[in-house]
Design a protein around this ligand. Structure first.
Ligand code: MN
Ligand code: MN
Length: 305
């Protein structure tokens, strides 16, 4: 299911922020002229700006990053989607929830190396525009929630910089430890198996689902009621444009609960359509619509690792 057609996406409202150091002093914010205007054209509408914060989506930098090769997930309200593209992953930041709506990344065997896990505190995201609160390590302290990586530390061990980037708090959401160290971890381990040992190329997107009353921790960091993850598994040598009706797509929704640490990840499999319905986002939007229709309706049933 596609929740939005490409021709009606308000492309001008997403703000693409490059991973440049400094120079992001101008707070454009997600509002401004052109918000919510239908373009009537699939092409991003150019906006004149002298700022390094480009107001088109996806920016050339986003496309070049590779993490968004299957498209930029979009929902009906672009005002709380701030697109951040880093070398290690890309994400949509929600300044109302003080965390990502989704984090997306490409995962391949060469992402694995010998770099040890970053030691020390998690890091504020200093690429967020001025005026957006930068979550700190201590926002999570004593909260009862893990600092749950979306793009996993172990999956970015090719260099110290890559591993350190996973500890930036824009890549982190509050997860119950039993989820983080339970079925969530077991799906991460399967992904590592597929990418590192089987040579597959994965496109992963993960984030929170917010159903019912939403608690916060620290200075307003929202606690998702559950988490989703979508893993598109390309065979060795396939390119993102070759996603077809036969492509394996794993989608899960796991409750942010203390009760699930012994559950297999496979228990939480669902369809991308279900994730789209519960998040409001259209995922894999650049996959041709007839292919989306098939692979987003299917629930993965391959045998677990
Ligand atoms: Mn984790
Ligand atoms: Mn879709």
């Amino acid at each position: 299911m596609s929740l939005l057609t490409r021709s009606t996406v308000a492309v001008a409202a997403l703000v693409a922020v490059g991973c440049t150091r400094g120079g992001l002093g101008e707070d454009r914010g997600p509002s401004g002229p052109g918000l919510g205007v239908e373009t009537g054209s699939p092409a991003p509408r150019p906006r004149s700006t002298s700022s390094p914060v480009a107001a088109t989506t996806p920016s050339p930098a986003a496309r070049a990053s590779g993490h968004l090769a299957l498209g930029v997930p979009r929902d009906a309200d672009p005002s709380d989607d701030l697109l951040l593209v880093k070398p290690e992953y890309a994400l949509s930041y929600n300044a109302k929830r003080n965390e990502a709506n989704w984090v997306g990344w490409r995962l391949v065997g060469s992402d694995y190396g010998r770099t040890p896990r970053h030691k020390g505190k998690f890091l504020p995201d200093d690429t967020l525009p001025a005026g957006v609160y930068r979550v700190t390590h201590d926002d999570y302290s004593g909260s009862g929630y893990d600092r749950g990586h979306m793009c996993r530390s172990e999956d970015r061990t090719s260099s110290e910089a890559a591993n350190r980037a996973t500890f930036i708090l824009s890549n982190v959401l509050p997860q119950k430890h039993e989820l983080n160290a339970g079925p969530w971890l077991r799906l991460e381990e399967l992904s590592q198996e597929l990418a590192q040992r089987q040579g597959k190329e994965l496109y992963v997107v993960a984030g929170g689902i917010y159903e019912g009353p939403i608690a916060t921790i620290g200075r307003g960091v929202a606690v998702p009621s559950s988490f989703f993850k979508i893993v598109v598994v390309l065979e060795p040598g396939q390119s993102p444009s070759q996603v077809s009706e036969r492509t394996r797509v794993i989608a899960v929704v796991m409750p942010n609960s203390t009760e699930i640490d012994r559950e297999p990840w496979t228990r939480f499999r669902t369809s991308v359509d279900d994730v789209e319905k519960r998040t409001g986002y259209d995922f894999l939007p650049d996959v041709p619509e007839p292919v989306q229709r098939v692979i987003e309706a299917r629930v993965d049933d391959a045998a677990a690792k």
